[in-house]
Ligand binder design. Structure first.
Ligand code: GDP
Length: 426
């Protein structure tokens, strides 16, 4: 059955949670391979509405094994809280596995994230303050703590000591804050470690054996292509790769096993946090789209911040699909546009008077202005459509226009936040 990647074509919040939830119905494994609890996936099903940050989106199906892979940033508190919430809301005993190679987000990562944003003031990155940048910085400085270290006390103490030496100097002399004691950090980690112990294992043989048996894996990306540190809107990117290709690294899979890449994109644009966003709207127009968007307005699942809103950006999405290696696209939130008589789409950028169709590097992108085409709207509710032919002609034309612009077949069209509000096409 192979491996299906569900990934974002834009800035994140494209509706990947819903699409993963739908595809998980036929999966044996759902795997998180990058990022931590800094983004939230909204899932609405028979148990209610959930915002999953750390736990994979397959937990609502008893037959699915949910894996937190080696490339993730494991926030123990958030994991335990989410597991508890699932339990309290009737989702009994999800099948969870945590890689013993995953690294742990430490309390000092959260602290440094907040202190650094505060120090930067106007130049801040708009971090979700979940410790992600300090976490990945430590990983590549070789100062990270692997899950397996939590069960080896001497090693854990030495690793925390090594990580805190320079940090305590910074705390004292750069930020003017109290230093952190090694033993307090170690004791807190050990308490949480006991609670996650039943889930910890070497996930690599687990996933390879599953592939060899012909089982079906869904790997679930967080954020979107434009937040990728190498290819996105650096420096307003995240700290781990958001691309489907990275799933092979972050989950520990053979690259050739990923044979289906579903890039998710909204029928308009939304962007949480800082960074260049060429089709951004302001004022009334943005406010109206924000209030009508998503399942209850477009507000960040992790931070509650109002999302920045814009019309569909074909330049950014074409690039996002290309980076992801998309074999198909899932277009979400089409129902939201039912209030419009006309819908603008950005088909190119103008940079210094020159028309540009390739998504430029940040230094050039900051001079880019959108080139608009306007399509007729359908001015009605489409949330009950279940077949492409049931959509009004204008809505069909809108989808086909986007498909031509991005050059990837749109195989799923989502017309509402619920599982069943989905049109399969082709
Ligand atoms: P993710 O992080 O990519 O999973 O996306 P988020 O959960 O942050 O944001 C997507 C938002 O759109 C959530 O509020 C979803 O409930 C909502 N949503 C997903 N698909 C649809 C859709 O087709 N129509 C509407 N109206 N809302 C949708």
């Amino acid at each position: 059955m192979g491996v299906t990647a569900v990934v974002g074509a834009n800035w994140g919040d494209e509706g990947k949670g819903k699409i993963t939830d739908v595809l998980a119905a036929e999966a044996d494994y759902v795997v998180r391979y990058q990022g931590g609890s800094n983004a939230g996936h909204t899932i609405i099903n028979e148990y209610g509405k959930f915002a999953l940050h750390m736990i994979p989106s397959g937990v609502f199906y008893p037959g699915v094994t949910n894996v937190i892979g080696p490339g993730t940033a494991l926030n123990l508190n958030d994991f335990l809280q989410e597991r508890e919430e699932l339990h309290l809301r009737g989702v009994s005993d999800p099948n969870l596995k945590i890689s013993d190679r995953a690294q742990v987000v430490m309390p000092y990562h959260l602290l440094f994230d907040a202190l650094e944003e505060e120090r930067l003031g106007d130049r801040r990155f708009g971090s979700t303050k979940k410790g992600i940048a300090p976490f990945y910085a430590d990983k590549f400085l070789k100062l990270g703590i692997q899950v397996a270290d939590l069960y080896a006390e001497k090693r854990l103490t030495q690793r925390v000591e090594a990580a805190l030496t320079a940090k305590n100097v910074l705390l004292q002399h750069l930020y003017g804050k109290p230093t952190i004691a090694v033993d307090e950090v170690v004791a807190a980690l050990q308490r949480d470690a006991e609670q996650i112990k039943p889930y910890v294992c070497d996930t690599t043989p687990l996933l390879h054996d599953a592939i060899d048996r012909g089982q079906h894996l869904v790997v679930e990306g967080q954020l979107g292509a434009l937040r990728d540190p190498d290819h996105g809107i650096y420096p307003h990117s995240t700290s781990s790769s958001t691309l489907a290709g990275y799933a092979s690294v972050g989950a520990g899979l053979p690259p050739y096993a990923i044979d289906r890449v579903v890039a998710v994109t909204k029928a308009y644009s939304s962007c949480a946090g800082e960074g260049l966003f060429v089709t951004e709207l302001h004022g009334e127009e943005a406010a109206e789209l924000r209030e009508r968007g998503g399942d209850a307005g477009e507000y960040g699942v992790t931070t509650g911040r109002p999302r920045r809103m814009g019309w569909f950006d074909a330049v950014a999405t074409r690039y996002g699909c290309r980076l992801q290696g998309a074999t198909e696209v899932a277009l979400t939130n089409l129902d939201v546009l039912g209030y419009r008589k006309e819908i603008p789409i950005c088909t190119a950028y103008k940079v210094d008077g020159v028309t540009v169709r390739e998504f430029p590097v940040t230094a050039v992108l900051e001079r880019a202005k959108p080139v608009w085409e306007t399509l007729p709207g359908w001015s009605c509710d489409i949330s009950r459509a279940r077949r492409f032919e049931e959509l009004p002609t204008e809505a069909q034309e809108y989808v086909l226009y986007i498909e031509r612009q991005i050059g990837v077949p749109i195989r799923m069209i989502s017309v509402g936040p619920m599982r069943e509000q989905l049109i399969h096409r082709g």
